[in-house]
Design a protein around this ligand. Structure first.
Ligand code: FMN
Length: 311
């Protein structure tokens, strides 16, 4: 199955939920460009998120969805509000959405949980997921241990729902590769941060354009909450403290509000500049439509030329 059959979008491409970044306006821009835009719930309560959903609805007549982090303190109200607002696509992270599934399905929504292991993928499918988003640790933000290259085929062999690949995709060649590994479409995050429409500070975008292949690191492994970010002064200090065995409180003091510091204030030295390993490939700030068109057209081209590769 192609992802576009599930989503009704022009391209088999989903914009990943990105806390403090994926506003209603940004999600609408992605949907208008042919992808599935997602409004992110991170850091919002139900009513603030409802506002963003309304903004998204007012700016696009194309399909869009919401990303719900299940650790959100207002999760119960958000789960109900998504039904009231008839949100048609719901992606979930950080937990099992099983208890909300019946209500969402009865309203007509399709649910795509994000998974970082085969075991979790199986649980989600048993809970009624319509597809799973398999995210490798190359991605920006919260990460699992496995890479997209190794996790994707193992999930594909274990479940029989459509699979969307995430983590490490920013070119047509990478999109083609995950389609060969069993995906029916992709979810992208980092490469959309450098779109003209993305509402992050220019300093953040410039830091991504300047970034090299090894520009990111993972903090928070000692706390069981690994996050991939650009290696800056804050990240180096955090890693040093982690190596010295610092506790949760001391570590949280450094990261508290860090994403907002980077996104809103443009503090790329002390802020949490979340980004995936593909940041080393990014070279220009472009309209979302150009990013999606290039990804899709180059993936098609790569796949149709694949038979010419000598092996
Ligand atoms: C800045 C940033 C914030 C993110 N926040 C969230 C989030 O709130 N919820 C979520 O499910 N995933 C989040 N992610 C992961 C993305 O939705 C997406 O799966 C990931 O970026 C794909 O990998 P890529 O960065 O290699 O493209 C975030 C990623 C980034 C880069």
């Amino acid at each position: 199955m192609n992802l576009t059959d599930l989503t009704g979008t022009k391209y088999p491409i989903i914009q990943g939920g990105m806390a403090n970044i994926a506003t209603g306006e940004f999600a609408a821009a992605v949907s208008n460009a042919g992808g599935l835009g997602l409004v992110a719930s991170g850091g919002m309560d139900a009513e603030a998120l409802r506002e963003q959903i309304k903004i998204c609805k007012s700016k696009t007549d194309k399909p869009f969805g919401v990303n719900l982090m299940l650790m959100n303190p207002d999760v119960e109200n958000i789960a109900q509000m998504l039904i009231e607002e008839k949100v048609q696509f719901i992606t979930t992270g950080a937990g099992n959405p099983g208890k909300y599934m019946a209500g969402w399905k009865a309203m007509g929504a399709k649910v795509f949980p994000v998974v970082a292991s085969v075991a979790l993928a199986k649980v989600m499918v048993r809970s009624g997921a319509d597809a799973v988003i398999v995210e490798g640790g190359e991605s920006g933000g919260h990460v699992g241990d496995m890479t997209t290259m190794t996790l994707l085929p193992q999930v594909a062999a274990a479940v029989d729902v459509p699979i969307i690949a995430a983590g490490g995709i920013a070119s047509g060649e990478q999109m083609a590769a995950v389609m060969l590994l069993g995906a029916c479409g992709v979810q992208i995050g980092t490469c959309l941060l450098v779109s003209e429409e993305c509402p992050i500070h220019d300093n953040y975008k410039e830091a991504l354009i300047k970034a090299k292949d090894n520009a990111t690191t993972v903090t928070g492994r000692s706390q069981g909450a690994p996050v991939r970010i650009i290696k800056n002064e804050m990240a180096r200090e955090y890693l040093k403290l982690e190596a010295e065995g610092a506790g949760r409180e001391e570590l949280e003091r450094i990261t508290l509000g860090g994403l907002r510091r980077a996104v809103v204030d443009g503090d790329i030295i002390r802020g949490s500049v979340m980004a995936g390993q593909v940041c080393g490939q990014l070279s220009a700030i472009r309209p979302v439509a150009d990013i999606l068109d290039d990804l899709y057209v180059n993936a098609k081209h790569t796949l149709s030329n694949a038979s010419t590769i000598a092996i």
